[in-house]
Design a protein around this ligand. Structure first.
Ligand SMILES: *Cc1c(COP(=O)(O)O)cnc(C)c1O
Length: 416
């Protein structure tokens, strides 16, 4: 399945979704980016350079791990996990930013900017900028800067400037607007490192291209582990949709069911979740430079979203997924905050893995479906990141008394 062969349709469109809705002033810059990316894509030495970089810098290929204890306890399908948590900086986000770092280098640009909500993408971008020697500015809503201090701490110590955006609701949407303003003013020397498979063309295609390294490895690795078998189902969590696109691309042409797991938050109901497709609350619109399903009200104003996992808390969805969902190629489900908390406890205790809260959404749906499958069937889950970063949220969610004591004592130390 070649989603990026636009011969029969409009370039940058997936069915009716995608496109590029940008201020005209950016046209030349985006054309330059597109041309550079397509040249890289055609050049086999570029992918080889990328793979080598990811091998040396981030420990790729990440392994696939069999989970015998969990499989046995659930009594159904055999469960395997692709370990993106083992990347440098702790998630799949590094795949995209290092790829865009190479592109930025080829473009001859010296400065990168990015927007970030939970801070994970800003952290990865700051890491990449330090490694490549780029100047780096990260835009983040003031509310998120306060909420995500550990990531802000790392970004600043990696040499990035973090701008706390004061406009609007002072969260991700406002950071995106401010970042776009910077790009318009500084496009000659600046590359905008978009963090997920969203935004205007060519970003969905480019981000998917770099993340496809996950699926290529996983296809080969699962066959090695199972005597040549492919999984029956692949589960991945979906925020913007980059890690899921990454692993799914390894299996599009095979008879494998693909399941995207969104943030069900507090359950169905406008404003209570970030499940754009699974709960059918979203509608088609144009925002942030592209056309897709957004969580918005009848006037086109964006709704609040809710999720225990900050990385899934996003109003729009990858336009390629909007298309594949309509085509029936990818099924979408939602896991609620409560399901995620319970699943995290189960996975930690049975297998000693600590998936990120985002990734745990994929585990939750796999854990629900595994018992209904045969013992000879195979599930593959993409563990997009590691959960250590979530210690504050998880400790709160589990209402851990010892942790509360620890935080109080720390705070007291600073007061004295
Ligand atoms: C950011 C993030 C996500 C969500 O982003 P996608 O683009 O949907 O992959 C998922 N998992 C982790 C660990 C993240 O940091």
């Amino acid at each position: 399945m070649d989603l990026f062969d636009f011969k029969d349709g409009r370039e940058g469109y997936y069915g009716q979704f995608g496109g590029s809705f940008l201020p005209e002033i950016l046209t030349a810059t985006v054309e330059e980016l597109k041309a550079c990316f397509h040249e890289c894509k055609k050049d086999p030495s570029f992918w080889a350079e990328y793979e080598q970089l990811m091998h040396q810098y981030s420990g790729r290929p990440t392994p696939v791990t069999y989970l015998p204890n969990l499989s046995k306890q659930l009594g159904g399908a055999q469960i395997y996990v692709k370990r993106e948590d083992l990347n440098h900086t702790g998630s799949h986000k590094i795949n995209n930013v290092m790829g865009q770092g190479l592109i930025c280098q080829r473009l001859g640009k010296k400065r990168v900017i990015a927007e970030t909500g939970a801070g994970q993408h800003g952290f990865a971008t700051a890491t990449m900028a330090a490694k490549f020697g780029f100047d780096c500015k990260i835009y983040m809503g003031e509310v998120d800067v306060k909420r995500q201090r550990p990531n802000v701490f790392w970004m600043e110590n990696l040499g990035a400037e973090v701008v706390a955006v004061q406009d609007g609701q002072r969260t991700l949407k406002d950071a995106i607007n401010e970042c776009m303003r910077d790009w318009v003013s500084n496009m000659a020397d600046t590359h905008y490192v978009l963090g997920t498979a969203c935004g205007p063309h060519p970003f969905p295609e480019m981000v998917s291209y770099f993340q496809s390294i996950i699926g290529m490895e996983a296809n080969r690795q699962i066959k090695e582990l199972t005597g040549g078998r492919l999984p029956d189902k692949v589960f991945a969590c979906v925020g913007g949709g980059s890690n899921a696109m990454g692993i799914f691309q390894g299996f599009f042409d095979d008879d494998v069911e693909l399941i995207g797991c969104e943030a069900g938050g507090l359950g169905p109901g406008l404003g209570k979740h970030a499940a754009r497709l699974a709960y059918s609350d979203a509608s088609v619109g144009v925002a942030q430079g592209f056309k897709t399903f957004f969580l918005q009200n009848d006037d086109g104003n964006m709704l609040e979203t809710q999720s225990v996992a900050a990385g899934l808390d996003y109003i729009g969805i990858n336009p390629i997924f909007a298309y594949l969902w309509e085509q029936g190629r990818v099924r979408f489900e939602a896991a609620t905050n409560e399901e995620v908390r319970e699943t995290l406890k189960l996975v930690m205790k049975t297998e000693g893995l600590i998936p990120a809260l985002e990734s745990t959404h994929a585990f939750a749906k796999a854990v629900e479906e595994a018992p209904k499958m045969g013992k000879d069937e195979i599930i593959l889950i993409n563990q997009s990141g590691r959960g250590d970063k979530d210690i504050f949220t998880v400790a709160d969610a589990l209402d851990d008394a010892h942790w509360r004591e620890f935080i109080k004592e720390k705070a007291a130390q600073y007061e004295s």
